[in-house]
Design a binder for this molecule. Structure first.
Ligand code: ARG
Length: 457
């Protein structure tokens, strides 16, 4: 039965009901709807709408419903109720009779859904935060195990300067740290309770809304009832947090897809996260990573969709706002799944150190070293850059690495080059020299690992 029978003489068209009902997705707010209902029943005692005894009966019945919901959340969707709020009200009336009809006094589904969704978001923030920290932990462990795995670093997807696999892992630790801090930031603004804002103008009962907010674990109560029921900034913020983090995960995925390619062959992914081809027996495809990369798209779509839904909406509540849930649920589920999948991919990864080193030695990744060497001998950098360019061209012509050119050949480009150039051109020296904060030098990487580990405990 609908909640508004009195004013209507005709039943809703089935097709309208189909479009209008939200139970098939907002059933996920059942626990939050029960929690906010318990708090509301307590508030109704303070304004003498309910007696203590009535409140206790309601709270007890809501407790039973909570246990039922937790045992089988999906059972809810078999009901014909319009949404989770009407579902809960009907269930309560089934259990306690007319007393159940008193609970909605002074409350609207508008402040109710705003409250439930914020409670749900708070829970999600904490779960997502755990997901991020776990992936960071796995990245740090992987870094620790691969501190001496030298590989080429790229710009423009051209070999640029050598780095280590550890240093690459730590780059993603940093991105995820920003993702985590964005979540904490979102939480601060989200932690304000709309309950007691009524339909739009505030509740007509003199409820202490700060106390009510405190019962629900919110830091405070909202300040304007119109804003309270219309605000979905937290949905936008969480979607934007998800969208940014998914961009990070998609880059992580793409890097590894490339590292795993036959062309690079720097890593081999575990069988647990790859799949074969139905036709080509030799194939082992990086599907888990491709899906992380691909799913980034739907999360960006959810953010854009919600922005468009809210754009130009008049105050206060409009049914358009029911569109906030599916995109948010899907985006946050997807984000969480991808965080977990990224950790699983790292868990079984094999870094092929020899092949990585070989690639780092090719591609003239030590050319900058030769330029810096010339600078140390008094050649201005721009001139040194030109000299090295010519030396690289000669090395390419001879099909050799820079360090394989005999001294006499190198001296054709600059007489300041001496025998002492060879140790400078070694891979290890390229790494060692980058010892300023954030550089790839082994002691910097070791310090970054130690600092991250400390941050994560
Ligand atoms: N199912 C609705 C939603 O998710 C609940 C609020 C309904 N309010 C209303 N005035 N019809 O937005």
């Amino acid at each position: 039965m609908a909640l508004w029978g009195g004013r209507f003489t005709q039943a809703a068209d089935q097709r309208f009901k189909q479009l209008n009902d939200s139970l098939r997705f907002d059933y996920r707010l059942a626990e939050q709807d029960i929690m906010s209902s318990v708090a509301w029943s307590k508030a109704l005692v303070t304004v003498k709408v309910l007696t203590e005894a009535e409140q206790q009966r309601l709270e007890q019945a809501l407790g039973v419903l909570m246990a039922e919901v937790q045992a089988d959340p999906s059972a809810i969707v078999n009901s014909d109720a319009e949404d989770i709020h009407s579902w809960l009200e009907q269930k309560l009336i089934d259990k306690v009779g007319d007393l159940g009809k008193k609970l909605h006094t002074g409350r609207s589904r508008n402040d109710q859904v705003a409250t439930d969704l914020k409670l749900w978001c708070k829970q999600q923030v904490s779960q997502l935060h755990h997901g991020i920290v776990h992936l960071q932990q796995v990245l740090v462990e992987t870094a620790e195990a691969h501190q001496d795995a030298v590989m080429p670093g790229y710009t423009h997807l051209q070999r640029a300067q050598p780095v280590t696999f550890a240093h690459w892992c730590l780059a993603y630790v940093e991105m995820l740290a920003r993702d985590a801090s964005r979540l904490q930031d979102t939480l601060k603004r989200l932690d304000v309770s709309p309950l007691g804002s009524g339909a739009l103008a505030g509740t007509a009962y003199p409820i202490d809304r700060e106390q009510l907010a405190g019962w629900l674990g919110f830091a405070s109560a909202t300040s304007n009832s119109l804003d309270s029921v219309s605000d979905r900034d937290h949905v936008l913020e969480l979607l934007s947090n998800a969208a940014i983090s998914m961009v990070h995960l998609s880059r992580f995925a793409e890097d590894l897809i490339f590292f795993n390619s036959g062309e690079a062959a720097f890593v081999e992914l575990s069988d647990r996260v790859t799949s074969g081809s139905s036709l080509m027996p030799q194939k082992k495809n990086p599907d888990a990573l491709e899906l992380i990369r691909g799913k980034c798209g739907r999360v960006q779509g959810a953010l854009t969709g919600m922005m468009m839904t809210l754009k130009g909406l008049p105050l206060a509540y409009n049914k358009d706002m029911q569109e906030d849930k599916e995109g948010l649920f899907d985006a946050l589920d997807t984000w969480m799944d991808c965080l977990q999948m990224a950790a699983l991919v790292l868990d079984g990864i094999q870094v092929k150190r020899l092949r990585c080193k070989e690639a780092a030695e090719q591609g003239y990744a030590n050319a900058t070293e030769l330029a810096d060497y010339l600078v140390a001998k008094g050649v201005p950098f721009r001139e040194a850059h030109h000299i090295v360019g010519e030396a690289v061209m000669e090395a390419i012509r001879q099909g050799k690495a820079l360090e394989a050119l005999p001294l006499a050949d190198l001296q054709k480009f600059s007489m300041v080059i001496g025998d002492d150039v060879y140790p400078i051109l070694a891979l290890q020296s390229c790494l060692d020299k980058r010892a300023a904060k954030g550089g790839v030098a082994p002691q910097q990487v070791a310090a970054a690992i130690a600092a991250t580990k400390q941050r994560l405990v």
